[in-house]
Ligand binder design. Sequence first.
Ligand SMILES: NC(=O)c1ccc[n+]([C@@H]2O[C@H](COP(=O)([O-])OP(=O)(O)OC[C@H]3O[C@@H](n4cnc5c(N)ncnc54)[C@H](O)[C@@H]3O)[C@@H](O)[C@H]2O)c1
Length: 331
Amino acid sequence: MKKKILLTGCAGFIGSNFLKKIAVPNKDYNFVVLDALTYAGHYPTIERDIEENEHLSFVKIDIRDNEKVRELFETQKFSGAIHFAAESHVDNSIKNPNIFVETNVLGTLNLLNASLHHGEENFRFCHVSTDEVYGELTESEPAFTENHKIAPNSPYSASKAGSDLLVRSYAETFGMDTVMTRCSNNYGPYQFPEKLIPVMIAKAMADEKLPVYGDGRNIRDWIFVDDHNIGVWNVFLKGKKGEVYNLGGDAEMRNIDVVKTILKVLDKSEDLIGFVEDRKGHDWRYAMDFTKAKNEFGFSPKVTFEEGIKLTVKWYLDNQEWVDSVKKAKV
Ligand SMILES: NC(=O)c1ccc[n+]([C@@H]2O[C@H](COP(=O)([O-])OP(=O)(O)OC[C@H]3O[C@@H](n4cnc5c(N)ncnc54)[C@H](O)[C@@H]3O)[C@@H](O)[C@H]2O)c1
């Protein structure tokens, strides 16, 4: 009998890419996609994948709904879960932090409880987290390792850290088989046009001003979404019980240089850059040390930023209809 794996949040950016690149070709498993289809979840992105593949199915459930989550686990008999679903946009968490705690903390708790009580034997829970739970680095500090203290600075990262700690506690208290990834900034196709790279591509294409926070010198590590998802799948399959794995793209860049690269790829003038008031509590720098994932299962990002950004800009140029439909669906 094939194992059945729950994938949460696969109508969103990273999850939909996971579905297309990892779940679709992996017919040794059955995958059940759960998504509430919030403003960030767009069913048409994955509709054909679900319809054309018998080993994939979809349920519209909000992970905040404990009863529905429990019923799903009772009926489906999962052997594992990979948990992508979350409220994920830092700016939204500054405006409305409550839903971040409801989805990211309480929603994850509902999944953990259902997994504990109704998961099949040898059930594994893979929690997809973020580098932002570590807080920020100065320019000279070494990159985050998995042993770095948890010091989140935004309501988003605090809610993700809350879920990370719950996952840890279920492993420690109940002996649950959990693994966790913490990854740096992703970019690639199907990213909702609210995040830095799709926003800048859209503005540049429309010859509008590109709004850069502060002086643009904040540093992020960028990873192409497929490299992240290969890492997540390897952690799910090969990670050691109870462990956390950092994943990263080995591509630290200042925000201003990311924006300049996009303008260059699109052959647009840097005069389009405009600086705007800095984000509240804007972390200065993130950088990931992923030696552990490299040593244990050979994780290494394959797509360089130069290649990945060209692929991404081309994808947005070719898929303007998707951008329009995502925006329209949410108005
Ligand atoms: N984007 C990044 O750069 C990045 C980096 C590291 C880690 N992560 C983590 O990866 C995961 C996916 O991020 P993303 O960028 O794809 O996010 P996203 O916002 O694009 O997608 C989130 C998905 O979760 C769904 N969702 C939200 N609330 C839900 C709820 N209450 N019940 C069920 N489904 C719900 C949405 O409908 C959407 O499909 C998140 O856990 C995020 O913290 C993201």
